[in-house]
Design a protein around this ligand. Structure first.
Ligand code: TYM
Length: 333
């Protein structure tokens, strides 16, 4: 679509304060695609309403997520940054793709099973068809790569299945995307229950380190992180807490697990936890500094949203129109 340029697409829900899981598993990696790819990074507010949101919080977090994208190094002149609901083609293609998605395959999505267990009073159809809207997000831009954490792999796979099914009936419609999952940081675990993914919707704030937590809070949370009764810093089965802290330390510093084990040889968990807290706080400090600047200028953020939506709509319109023509929808101009 972009004459020889490959396309990268990803999204983040403005459904809570963003965590170091979102940062290490996804956002930090987005900017590495800017040189080689045409990049679209979206704030997916339509996905967020599959779970009840307080409207004022959703609005505020939509601005915050865009400001964080920019603070994490996404230059709006090199990346198209926008809000999903500003580009109506997402919802329209979502509807069409619903008609190419099977009930059975949606029933197998682990995120649907988890979220419907967690929100048993609100198992709405949007929660069920969530992956179809996600497929529309990706396919509208003829995406080649989708940088995500491992928890989204199943959703990118169903997106590929939907695209292949559509292409079988209507050849050469969609590019088939590949998930790009980082080797390190693909699944950052909760600090309180290290067998569970760190999640922005966790009610226990001590289980989660937010990108915008201040230095003291970050260090305090790591000091309290659940570990085990052993004392040696090493990666092993059953040492979920330490494995997670080693992953976080390694992802922030670039050190291998062997190097980390040597660095903390003869030292206890206390020293290690403090070091993890310090590298995390050091790495986030410049992001937080830039964030303060971006979030304080709402007019500028709105101008970016508008520019991003115009750029995204231009591409989205072309794909949607191609799909509608193939389906036999009458086009009048
Ligand atoms: P969301 O908002 O839950 O998360 C945003 C990104 O952060 C990653 N992530 C993690 N990575 C490592 N460790 C963790 N603990 C962790 N928690 C979250 C997620 O894998 C994701 O990459 N459905 C998506 C949003 C979306 C999307 C898209 C993504 C909508 N449309 C199209 C890619 C392409 C979601 O809920 O992400």
């Amino acid at each position: 679509m972009f004459q020889d340029q490959l396309v990268s697409f990803s999204g983040v829900q403005p459904s809570g304060n963003l965590t170091i899981g979102n940062y290490l598993g996804a956002i930090k990696n987005f900017s590495t695609f800017s040189e080689k790819y045409k990049c679209f990074y979206c704030v997916v507010d339509e996905h967020a309403i599959t779970v009840r949101q307080v409207p004022a919080d959703l609005r505020r977090r939509t601005y915050e997520t865009l400001a964080l994208y920019m603070a994490c190094g996404l230059d709006p002149d090199k990346n198209t940054l926008y809000v999903q609901s500003h580009v109506h083609e997402h919802a329209e293609l979502g509807w069409i793709l619903n008609c190419f998605t099977m009930f059975g395959e949606l029933s197998r999505m682990t995120q649907f099973k988890d979220k419907s267990a967690k929100h048993a009073d609100n198992i709405n159809a949007g929660l069920f068809t969530y992956p179809v809207l996600m497929a529309a997000d990706i396919l509208l831009y003829q995406t080649d790569v989708v940088p995500v954490g491992i928890d989204q792999k199943q959703h990118v796979e169903i997106c590929r299945d939907i695209a292949e099914r559509f292409n079988q009936v209507f050849p050469d419609t969609f590019t088939i995307p590949e998930p790009v999952i980082p080797q390190q940081g693909m699944k950052i675990m909760s600090l309180a229950e290290p067998t569970k993914k760190m999640s922005k919707s966790d009610e226990n704030v001590n289980a989660v380190v937010y990108i915008l937590d201040d230095r003291d809070t970050i260090i305090r949370k790591f000091k309290r992180a659940v570990t085990d009764s052993d004392t040696v810093v090493r990666c092993a089965d059953g040492k979920d807490g330490i494995n997670n802290l080693m992953t976080i330390y390694s992802t922030f510093t670039g050190k291998t697990f062997d190097e980390i084990e040597r660095e903390f040889d003869g030292k206890g968990y206390g020293d290690f936890k403090l070091a993890v807290g310090e590298v995390c706080a050091d790495a986030l400090a410049p992001v937080q500094e830039k964030y303060k600047c971006f979030i304080s200028d709402k007019a500028q953020l709105e101008a970016q949203m508008k520019k991003g939506a115009e750029e995204a709509s231009y591409v989205a319109r072309r794909t949607l129109s191609k799909v509608q023509k193939k389906l036999g929808f009458v086009q009048v101009r």
